[in-house]
Design a protein around this ligand. Sequence first.
Ligand code: GAL
Length: 433
Amino acid sequence: MKRIAALAGFAAVSLALSACGGGGAPEGGDTEGTEAVAGGEVSVVTWWEAGSEKQGRDKLVEVFEQEHSDYTFKNAAVAGGGGSQAKQKLAADLAAKNPPDTFQAHAGAELTDYIEAMQIEDVSALYDEFNLRDAFPATLVDRLTVDGKIYSVPTNIHRANVVWANTAVLEEAGLDPANPATDIAGWIADMEKVKAAGKVPITVGMAWTQLELLESVLMADLGAEAYNGLFDGTTDWASAEVTASLENYAKIIDLADKSYLNEDWEPAMNPVITGDAAYNVMGDWAIAAFDNAEMKYKEDYVAFPVPGSDGIFDFLADSFTLPVGAKNADGAKAWLQSISGKPGQIAFNTVKGSIPARSDLTEDEIAMFGEYQQDAMKSFGEDTIVSSIAHGAAVPIAVSEAMNDACAKFAQGASDVAGFQAELVAAAASLSK
Ligand code: GAL
């Protein structure tokens, strides 16, 4: 049955798309057989509206408008890191049957609600049309596939479990930037040294950044397998091992500067850039902020997996969708082609800090990326890949939002470890059902 349904969906999308036509035949996409009749504005929702993230989005737009000159990009962005504001507005617009032509979402469980509500199309046919099945690694295509269908097209792969550290601050505290701690206990001891040297050990921002820190600590303490078990019921959120990890997290929150708890990731990262704080845990979009401050990787700052999570790649991917009822579906298709094609992925990812979702880059193309990203490409190929909670890969939106709330309460001192754990247990209750 599933197979028949998948095939029927595939045929419907193929028909709809070929009726709409494409926007030329740029490199990376085979649009042969379709007619370039359409055009007009393509409304695109992202949350890349400021700083280094906007620079990345601008690159995508540039490539899109070059490759599909009959279309124009219409910015429907909703600012707020991690999609903190965009997701709510989108849910309301989709429910009101007023979708944008395409929107940014995280690949993985975050799409569940949209799929179940039949608000986004199966875009498997585009994977064949654009030759994406060969261009993307099989591990990625597997992660994107739900009951044989694929509902979004990724433009990148980010890693979330990364510590960003100011070299000078570490040295002042007598720490060697090239040799970070190897587990969370050792890292907390290093933070104590930074504190003793009179600097801020760690900064953390608004709720989703706290959740990202929490997931990194969990995977460092539990290991990849038990961390994965948190999402299929084989690891109990109420277990003693989770309690021990939350106690570590509590120590880190205790050492953190609390003045950024309502701020987005960039202001929270800033003290690490200015040399007032040692550490911040953030996805590798952060590298663009260091680049903009003209700081040199491995000289002025270092980046390393959260201690204890070496060998684990905490995965998330920004991907774009084709909403049911999009007014300019052929324009959305053209956008999906550009953001998944080689020129788009190279232009975007070289400034965004992520690595391309495509694994078919030549050596010369790989050489266009910075040292950190070349290391990340290697890690993605070698490490154990796990899914980010804060960035939609591991859990549906309702679960990550409930966890965000639990983190915010805890960081503000409104719950203790036991209360925090009880709230996480409640938030995760729907996962193993
Ligand atoms: C993530 C997104 C990244 C970056 C980050 C901060 O959810 O995947 O591309 O934008 O939020 O806003």
